[in-house]
Design a binder for this molecule. Structure first.
Ligand SMILES: [Zn+2]
Length: 407
């Protein structure tokens, strides 16, 4: 993978991995974050259904939270591990070839306190792997192997973005596919177009413009900046420190300067395109600490004043997806479903739910923190000849409490 030094976490390929996961057959991998587990938000808590149910039982039987180090792994994450293993680096005792690990099928977990979990996991079909203490494989029935489908997903993705370098789409991992994995962008395909770079760095006086704001916004979304005032358009020492920390985690050269590589790693087009047209359409994500809302049926909603400028209606429940519309505070929308576990807040410690919503005539997704659900209201309609009776039971024989006019 480009820009990756050995022994960083495989979560560095989070965005590329998500592109691969998006191509897998629908519904085969289930999100397990509703179980009593704790997992890094940049790991994928995905398992096949029988494995998830067996895990649910094991956790219930022990009655304590399970700490998961690693769940689903994409073929490019497996590629990194395998490469480091072959190089004898990073203390990796064993790593299957890409396409061959049970982690790539949503049938394996690496967990903490494995021996404490043995007597709860084994009866449910989860088998510990000798020689690799944290690792368990699910060996029960009703599952399928997804490794070659993941490799196929990568091959298709590569071909779509490399028209002059087509490779076989056969789901088989070999040197041809391996060399392309080595060249792939960890931030995902098609994220950045080449262009003029507004290089950003700490200067005197401080640089103050929309490019700084865009970088701060992204650092905020990724958890490298925090606090309501951290997205202020000024490239100061705090922003520089956040850039350095981001560069360190991504294995880039750590210089505190936002150039081509850092823009790419942030998933930003250096020329500035979809995220901003003028300086007013940036949504500032403030510290979202309100409890999760459980949504029951469709509700009317309204963009609230948590939004400093506008709220983005997006094509998916994550801040990297396409912007369909920018909604000003006070805009009404129809909220159709509540989704928990989006990536709205990357550090996972605060609210990250999204709403599927319709606004400005388009279906999309919005971060729920910026939307107030409106009270359910109704109106007596003109079907009523004179008055509608409010009764004390759902029956026309219920006692009349009051009469309502048609309004
Ligand atoms: Zn493992």
């Amino acid at each position: 993978m480009r820009n990756i030094t050995p022994c960083t976490s495989t979560t560095i390929t989070f965005d590329l991995s998500r592109q691969i996961i998006d191509q897998l057959p629908n519904g085969v991998l289930l999100d397990c974050s509703d179980l009593n587990i704790s997992i890094n938000p940049r790991q994928f808590p995905l398992l096949q259904s029988p494995a998830k149910e067996a895990l649910r039982r094991a956790i219930a039987n022990r009655g304590q939270r399970m700490i998961v180090n690693s769940g689903y792994r994409s073929c490019v994450q497996q590629f990194l591990l395998r490469t480091w293993f072959e190089q004898g680096r990073c203390g990796i005792p064993a790593a299957a070839l890409p396409g061959r690990s049970n982690h790539e099928s949503g049938l394996a977990l690496d967990i903490q306190d494995p021996r404490g979990w043995d007597r709860f996991m084994i009866p449910q079909g989860w088998r510990p792997l000798p020689g690799d203490p944290p690792h368990f494989d699910y060996v029960g029935r009703g599952t399928r192997i997804l490794g070659s489908e993941g490799v196929l997903a990568f091959q298709r993705l590569w071909n779509r973005f490399n028209s002059s370098d087509q490779i076989d789409e056969d789901g088989v991992y070999g040197p041809q596919t391996g060399s392309r994995m080595r060249m792939s962008p960890s931030e995902g395909f098609g994220i950045v177009a080449p262009g003029q770079l507004p290089i950003l760095r700490l200067t005197t006086p401080l640089t103050n413009n929309g490019d700084v704001r865009r970088v701060q916004q992204r650092l905020f979304e990724l958890g490298f900046l925090s606090g309501a005032n951290s997205v202020d358009s000024f490239f100061g020492p705090t922003t520089e420190a956040a850039v350095r920390e981001f560069q360190r985690e991504r294995g880039l050269s750590v210089d505190g300067i936002v150039g081509q590589q850092t823009y790419e790693a942030l998933g930003l087009d250096p020329r500035g395109t979809t995220e901003e047209s003028g300086s007013t359409t940036v949504t500032i994500l403030e510290d979202p600490t309100t409890p999760e809302v459980i949504l029951d049926g469709e509700r009317r909603g309204r963009v609230n004043s948590n939004t400093t400028s506008t709220l983005q209606l997006r094509s998916a429940a994550n801040t990297g997806s396409r912007i369909l519309a920018s909604l000003s505070p006070g805009t009404d929308l129809l909220v159709k479903a509540g989704l928990s576990g989006g990536d709205y807040d990357a550090n996972g410690s605060t609210r990250n739910d999204w709403y599927r919503a319709e606004a400005s005539g388009q279906d999309g997704f919005v971060a729920a923190f910026f939307v107030d659900l409106l009270p359910l209201t109704g109106r007596v309609n003109s079907m009523v000849q004179t008055q509608l009776r409010v009764r004390d039971a759902a029956s026309t024989s219920g006692a009349v409490i009051s009469d309502l006019s048609s309004i």
